[in-house]
Design a protein around this ligand. Sequence first.
Ligand code: MG
Length: 336
Amino acid sequence: MPGLRDLGEVETLRRLAAARRAPPGTVVDAGDDAAVLRIRPDHELVATTDTQVEGRHFLPEWLDAVRIGARLATANLSDLAAMRATPRWALVSLGVRPEHDVAALIELQRGLAVELARHGAGIVGGNLTAVEGAEWYGLTLLGEVARGAAWTRHGARPGDLLLVSGHPGRAGAGARVAQRLGESARAPEWRALLEAWLEPAARAALALALGEGVTAAIDLSDGLAGDLMRLLEASGVGALLDEAAFPADPELTRAAQALGVDARSLVLGPSDDYELLLAIDPAAREATLAAARGAGVSLTAIGTLTDVPGTLELREAGGGVRAIEASGYDPFAGPA
Ligand SMILES: [Mg+2]
């Protein structure tokens, strides 16, 4: 198929629009100046946005167009999951080079739309911009939550339990293994880590399956220690993590050996896993774990919140307690 330079913006947008279907609640679809959307009575609108930049958030040699689209959907779905919102409508903004193949762009949109549709959401509009350098793909996702029912980062209290879904650290480990081993990282032994990095799934179903008792929530887009620190600061509490309680993860242990690093640094360090980190009332422990089992997602209690604001401590397997540094990913940090 021709590139954007050949087809032009209007025809490309027409083909992109023709390749998708408006989700429920769309009163006026793309094709007008703006979409008109109807939210349910007694609900609040929840909005988030995220952009993936070529060479920074994804490496084209590791991801095809469908997966790039799916990953962009996941980053946004995960933010809505962390707010307990049901995803509904998405707006796509793409900065693409004029030679970009239109068929590949439609594939990217397909990856995006399929992942959104799995959670009941869809695309209602978008925008195309020509760029010369790195391409970027942005998504704005709107969702709904019953009035007053949204989770935030700031409701956690001392004594609450800290729970995390899945296996934090795998995505970051997958990225590092790929960086270190190159093509050899495509071997079956690294598949679980590469999938965590390249094809993460948002915990949207888990968020909607949980009942009352969650006091604060955040999704892991930067890394367990870094994102936990944000929740602690927002809530004005501290945390004591229990290393012995962490989910056992032979995949991470193997990666740590191959990379010559401490497995603990992989669990706590930079990693965009899109797992959920929850603070819950201890009284809700059994009901929360049962709901997670019902949703088919592993959820593990990894620590307790303390009354020492902003401090993050780890009880090591040997019994000693030490402070840990919150090292998340900061795109603006780097050599001065
Ligand atoms: Mg987030």
